[in-house]
Write a protein that binds this ligand. Structure first.
Ligand code: C2E
Ligand code: CA
Ligand code: CA
Length: 731
């Protein structure tokens, strides 16, 4: 045999190599020049058996009765010329089993062997194969042209049934929860399909449910007696379904996504042809289903946000465009709601992105609960959400927005932490504000910024002057970027006086911006811009360094300032290097840590973050003092304060101001705060003291450290020296 294969593979006219011949399901044999069989492959023997020809046949004439010795003799002349010969003959003895077949004869004459290689093919087989090939083409074309899966499966079933008239074909889909859903089955009775709908797959669920469950073909040749059909035969038998062969349809990753089944009207097994057809069809089904899943994934990626599953910007814009194109005069409005979470960056930076993602998912769920089915909720990325509300008016949007703000404010529990979230919302309306999506989105964004600037946790409708404001803001941001490099900042110092000792307690560093064209700009105006644009870190660091450098200069010239207070913003705490930076600066200018007080506003501590608490404790250990600025304006709950190692409370200016109003309620409040602070052993500083009666009242209530215009406005470093000299020479 080996030599034979060598000959074939080396033969100049041979196109098939020996290796391939061995594995091809084609019957072939080798004959000598007299037509005697020298060798045949297994497939050849199988075919002889199928065609009812004795396996013992030793001459070609015994196999093909029409190919007798006389014809062989005539063929031999062509063969001796080494030509390939193709003839059509019949095979089989009895008339009943006779088949038309095509025979190929390949003469071989070499040193190792001499004779004729023969192979043949049944023309009926060929016709069947051609049928399957056409079916394949048709289905593949339907897949490629994006026809719906149920239609593709229907085409497939109808083709199968026309190729094999004795079968009923069915395709079921299996969902992720392991339930069956009829997809196609043009000849399957409707009562039967209806009964299968939503049936869970299982180890004893007819042929299909079982094959899906096992992940392998299940061939039931008699439904009446097979235990797999015990629970379902009463349904099948009256409909004349007697046998069923089901094959699972698997995707590339091994998941069973459906079943392909042939039903018979009599108890029987599948024919050879049916098997070939099923093999081809199951492959087609899995291709089609795989394609469908891919399409869905592509669609999902293109139009949905992967984190929350909400619509993305594309889908939002698509829907908005469609709505806007349908606007007619006199119609109600379309609202664009732009929502941005407040202080989300702090959560993300301090608790990590995973927790941030979890928070976003929770917020998405809450928002979904607030909107109607016709509204579109989208996530733009980050902590920005959009809601498109068709058919509404200002009152309607306002009601919705208030509901959203209320819902978002409810506490969130994540990783064992409790959060209070809030959001700022901007709204634009079509067609009033604009009639193109880009502009409407921009306006809603501008209005959202206004809501942020005006205290957060609120909403604003777009107004035309906001746009100018937004432009001015952008301008300020770009000017701010230059200000540090161009040295436009200066630190002013406001004295804090200990009225018991009549001496200086310390100074608060307050930044000033002298813009070459705009003049002096209040930190109230530019600090929020610096915070939003991420510039605040560099600015605060600059103030800190200059304040320490100044303290060193004072100290070197014999001016003793016991304390320097510097303001820090929330975002200064989000990085991990704050402690090292402060430590480095203290060393660089040889400032004892106890001289430095860091002022932080209440909002920072509202959120209960372990990382922040640990930063505070580190700073405390370093010897740096910590002060709670604007005390009383935020949550004023001392319970969270206890977790932080604070040294000082600064009573907000608004309370000191209220003292002049002289109402009982205001006084009661300030008394309570001083008492509370004293009880916790905090140092208490009153800010914004302007009038002598305020000073006297505070003295009476044992608040002795005073900062305010009563003593001095914030001053440039040199003027502070003059002030100090005057102050210390006062009687
Ligand atoms: P703040 O920390 O509450 O600072 C006290 C503010 O009250 C200062 O305003 C000060 O000039 C003003 N003030 C002091 N005494 C009186 C008074 O008797 N009457 C009145 N009407 N006002 C008084 P300023 O300097 O305009 O700063 C405003 C805010 O800007 C500060 O409020 C602080 O939150 C922020 N800020 C200033 N410098 C910095 C800085 O370097 N970094 C950061 N992050 N924020 C700063
Ligand atoms: Ca302050
Ligand atoms: Ca303050």
């Amino acid at each position: 045999m080996k030599t034979l294969l060598n000959i074939i593979s080396n033969h100049p006219s041979g196109t098939l190599t020996g290796e391939i011949l061995l594995h091809l399901p084609i019957p072939f044999a080798f004959l000598d020049w007299n037509g005697k069989l020298i060798w045949k492959n297994d497939f050849f023997s199988d075919k002889l058996f199928e065609f009812d020809v004795s396996k013992e046949a030793s001459f070609i004439f015994e196999i093909f009765p029409t190919l007798d010795r006389a014809r062989w003799g005539m063929l031999q002349s062509s063969l001796s010329e080494l030509e390939t010969v193709k003839i059509t003959e019949r095979i089989g003895d009895s008339q009943k089993k006779s088949h038309s077949i095509e025979i190929f004869l390949q003469p071989i004459r070499s040193e190792e062997a001499s004779g004729v290689l023969l192979c043949f093919q049944s023309l009926e087989d060929q016709k069947e194969l051609e049928g399957i090939r056409l079916l394949q083409n048709e289905v593949l074309e339907s897949v490629a042209t994006g026809k719906p899966i149920s239609l593709i499966m229907d085409i497939l079933c109808r083709r199968v049934e026309s190729l094999a008239t004795d079968v009923l074909c069915s395709v079921l889909l299996v969902d992720a929860g392991g339930r069956l859903h009829p997809c196609a089955g043009p000849s399957i009775p409707k009562v039967f399909s209806d009964a299968i709908e939503n049936l869970p797959i299982g180890p004893k669920t007819g042929s299909c449910g079982t094959s899906a469950y096992r992940g392998e073909p299940v061939e039931v040749v008699d439904i009446e007696t097979d235990p797999l059909w015990e629970d379902y035969k009463d349904l099948a038998l009256p409909l004349n379904l007697r046998a069923c062969w089901s094959t699972p349809i698997k995707l590339r990753d091994g998941r069973v996504r459906g079943t392909f089944a042939l039903y018979y009207r009599e108890p029987r097994g599948a024919s050879d042809f049916h098997r070939k057809m099923v093999a081809a069809c199951v492959h087609l089904c899995s291709l089609a289903l795989e394609h469908e899943e891919n399409q869905q994934q592509i669609h999902q990626l293109a139009f949905y946000d992967s984190l929350t599953g909400l619509a993305n910007r594309n889908l939002f814009k698509d829907r908005a465009n469609r709505l806007i194109s349908q606007i007619k005069p006199g119609m109600s409005s379309i609202a664009f709601i732009f929502l941005d979470l407040d202080r989300f960056k702090t959560v993300n930076d301090s608790l990590g992105h995973n927790t941030g993602d979890l928070l976003l998912k929770k917020i998405a769920k809450r928002l979904l609960l607030c909107i109607k089915p016709d509204d579109t909720l989208a996530r733009l990325g980050g902590d920005e959400f959009l809601i498109l509300v068709p058919d509404t008016n200002e009152t309607g949007v306002q009601t919705l927005t208030e509901k959203i703000l209320e819902n978002i404010q409810e506490n969130v529990f994540l990783d064992g932490n409790e959060f209070q979230t809030s959001a700022s919302i901007g709204i634009s309306m079509a067609p009033n504000d604009a009639t193109d999506v880009e502009t409407l989105l921009k306006y809603a964004d501008v209005a959202m910024y206004r809501a942020k600037a005006e205290g957060r946790n609120t909403f604003r409708f777009y107004q035309s002057e906001m746009n100018e404001h937004a432009t001015a803001r952008l301008r300020m941001e770009s000017e701010l970027r230059k200000a540090l490099v161009q040295n436009e900042f200066e630190v002013y110092y406001q004295p804090q006086v200990d009225i018991r000792k009549n001496s200086i307690h310390g100074v608060e560093s307050l930044i000033r911006w002298k813009h070459p064209q705009w003049g002096l700009i209040s930190p109230m105006n530019f600090i929020p811009v610096a915070e939003d644009s991420g510039l605040i870190g560099a600015i605060d660091f600059w103030v800190l360094e200059n304040s320490l450098k100044q303290w060193r200069a004072w100290n070197d010239s014999g001016i003793m300032i016991p304390n320097v207070s510097v303001n820090l913003s929330v975002s200064d705490f989000s990085g991990s290097t704050l402690i090292e930076k402060i430590d480095d600066l203290l060393k660089k200018y040889s400032v004892p840590a106890g001289v430095l007080t860091l002022e932080i506003t209440e909002s920072l501590m509202m959120e209960d973050k372990p990382e922040l608490i640990s930063t505070f404790h580190h700073l405390h250990k370093l010897g740096v003092q910590l002060s709670l600025d604007d005390f009383g304006t935020g949550y004023s709950s001392l319970t969270y304060l206890q977790k932080y190692p604070m040294n000082e409370l600064k009573l907000d200016r608004s309370f000191v101001n209220a003292l002049s109003r002289n109402t009982k309620a205001d006084r009661a409040l300030i008394n309570a705060m001083i008492q509370l602070g004293t009880a916790f052993e905090y140092r208490i500083i009153a800010e914004g003291v302007e009038k002598v009666e305020q000073l006297e009242y505070l003295w009476e209530k044992s608040c002795y450290i005073i900062q305010g215009y009563y003593f001095s406005k914030p001053l440039p470093a040199t003027e502070l020296i003059t002030w100090l000299r005057d102050f210390s020479t006062q009687p």
